[in-house]
Ligand binder design. Structure first.
Ligand SMILES: *[C@@H]1O[C@H](CO)[C@@H](O)[C@H](O)[C@H]1NC(C)=O
Ligand SMILES: *[C@@H]1O[C@H](CO)[C@@H](O)[C@H](O)[C@H]1NC(C)=O
Length: 374
C-alpha cells in the first residue's frame, strides 16, 4: 500500500484593488511530480506553505502546482497540475518531496435552455451560452480567472485578465500565512518575478521594505545622495540588500495604487548617539498627492523598539508623501528624519538634527535607515 501524506492547504489571497479573493485548493502528497517544465526553482524556502505561497503569487494561470523538498528546502514551481497522484508515469515515490497540486473543481454545471449556469470553484455565475471564455468575460464583470465548466461539458481555464492588477505584497503573504517569518520572498507579478524583503514580526508584520540605507563614513554620506540611490521599478526591490537603496516615489505610487497600503514605517539608528527610531505613520487616503493643508501628524505610533520617543517633546509635523525621504516626520528645529538630497549639506538624520545634538555630541551622518510600507 502506498502511504500518502495528505494535507489540505486552503489559500486565500486578497486582491485589494478589486476586493476579490483568489482561491486555490491544494492537496499535498508524499511524492514528486515528474514535470516537463519547472517554471522556477527557489532555494532556502523554509516551509512548504511558503513554496505554495510563491506558486500562488506567481499567478494562478502560470504556476499550477509545486514540488517541495523538505531536506533541501527546495521549491519547484510547476506549470502543470496532476490530479491523479497514482499515475506511476507522472509521479515518483519520494519521501523527501511533497507535491502540492491544485484541486480541479468538481462542481458541474446544469444547462437550462438558452441560459447556462457556469461554475467556478466557490462561485456560481449565470451567463448566456458559455462556449468560450470571452463570453464569460463579457457577461460577467466580477468573474475571476479560474476553471469554468463550458457548454460542451468540458472545463477550461479562463484568464479574466483582472489578476494583472494584483501586485502581491508582504501583507498578502502575512494575511494568508500569519506564521510566515521575515526574509526575502519571490512573488509573481505579470510575467515578472518580484523579490522583496518582508519584516513579518514588528507590529504584527506584513511590512514590505522599500528603502534600506547604511551610511558608514562621511565619504558615503556625500556619495549616497537620495537622487543617486533611488531606483525605479518594483523589480528593483531586491536591491534593498545592498544597503544603498531607495524606491523612487513614482514606483511607490504605482505600488500604492495597486495594493492600497496605508501605513509607512520608518526605522533608523544612530548608534553613536545610542538610539533607534521606529515609527509607524498612518497616511490613509492622503498618502499620495500634493501637500496637505494640515501638516500636523495625527496618525503616528512609536513601536516598542523605538528608544527615542520618550525623550522627544514637542509636536511632530509631517510633510506630504512626496517628501517621504525628506522630513516625513519631524519636530521643527529639533528632531528630523531626513535622507540627504542636498550636496552642500550632509543631513542624514534619524530623530536628531545636524546642528543640535543630544548629549552634546558632535553631529555625524553615520547611521542606518529602513522604510517599509503595509
Ligand atoms: C477544497 O477541496 C475540498 C475537497 O474537495 C473541499 O471539501 C473544500 O470545500 C475545498 N475548499 C475550497 C475553499 O474550495
Ligand atoms: C540592509 O542593508 C544592510 C547593509 O548593507 C544589510 O546588511 C542588510 O542585510 C540589508 N537588509 C536587507 C533586508 O537586505
Amino acid at each position: 500500500m502506498k502511504i500518502f501524506e495528505i494535507l489540505i492547504l486552503f489559500l486565500t489571497i486578497k486582491s485589494s484593488l478589486h476586493k476579490q479573493f483568489l482561491t486555490l485548493n491544494f492537496t499535498a502528497r508524499g511524492k514528486k511530480l515528474i514535470s516537463g517544465e519547472v517554471l522556477l526553482l527557489l532555494d532556502d524556502i523554509k516551509a512548504p506553505h511558503l513554496c505554495v505561497v510563491n506558486c500562488l503569487a506567481f499567478g494562478e494561470n502560470k504556476c499550477k502546482s509545486v514540488n517541495y523538498n523538505k531536506k533541501r528546502k527546495e521549491c519547484q514551481l510547476l506549470d502543470e497540475n496532476q490530479d491523479n497522484v497514482d499515475d506511476v508515469n507522472k509521479f515518483e515515490e519520494n519521501e523527501d518531496w511533497i507535491y502540492y497540486g491544485q484541486r480541479t473543481p468538481k462542481t458541474e454545471c446544469t444547462l437550462k435552455g438558452e441560459a447556462s449556469k457556469c461554475c467556478i470553484e466557490s462561485q456560481d455565475i449565470t451567463c448566456q451560452k458559455p462556449k468560450t471564455c470571452s463570453v464569460i468575460k463579457s457577461t460577467c464583470a466580477h468573474c475571476k480567472s479560474g476553471y469554468y465548466s463550458m457548454a460542451t461539458g468540458e472545463k477550461a481555464f479562463c484568464d479574466m485578465g483582472s489578476d494583472d492588477q494584483f501586485i502581491p505584497s508582504c501583507k498578502t503573504i502575512k494575511d494568508a500565512y500569519p506564521e510566515s517569518s521575515s526574509g526575502f520572498y519571490h512573488l509573481g507579478y505579470k510575467d515578472n518575478i518580484l523579490e522583496f524583503y518582508c519584516d513579518m514580526t514588528a507590529d504584527a508584520g506584513g511590512w514590505t521594505m522599500v528603502a534600506n540605507i547604511t551610511i558608514t563614513s562621511n565619504a558615503e554620506a556625500e556619495r549616497y545622495l537620495l537622487r543617486n540611490i533611488k531606483q525605479n521599478g518594483l523589480g528593483s526591490l531586491k536591491n534593498v540588500r545592498s544597503g544603498v537603496y531607495t524606491l523612487s516615489l513614482g514606483t511607490l505610487s504605482t505600488f500604492q495604487e495597486r495594493n492600497e497600503f496605508t501605513e509607512i514605517r520608518i526605522k533608523c539608528q544612530k548608534t553613536y548617539l545610542g538610539f533607534q527610531v521606529d515609527v509607524v505613520l498612518g497616511y490613509g487616503s492622503e498618502l499620495v498627492g500634493g501637500v496637505t493643508p494640515e501638516r500636523h501628524v495625527n496618525l503616528y505610533r512609536f513601536l516598542p523598539s523605538d528608544s527615542r520617543h520618550t525623550q522627544v517633546s514637542g509636536s511632530y509635523k509631517k510633510a506630504d508623501f512626496a517628501n517621504l525621504y525628506n522630513h516625513a516626520i519631524f519636530v521643527p528645529g529639533q528632531y528630523h528624519i531626513v535622507i540627504n538630497n542636498d550636496p552642500n549639506r550632509r543631513r542624514w538624520e534619524c530623530g536628531d538634527y545636524d546642528q543640535i545634538q543630544p548629549n552634546g555630541k558632535t553631529y555625524s551622518p553615520i547611521g542606518s535607515w529602513q522604510f517599509f510600507v503595509r
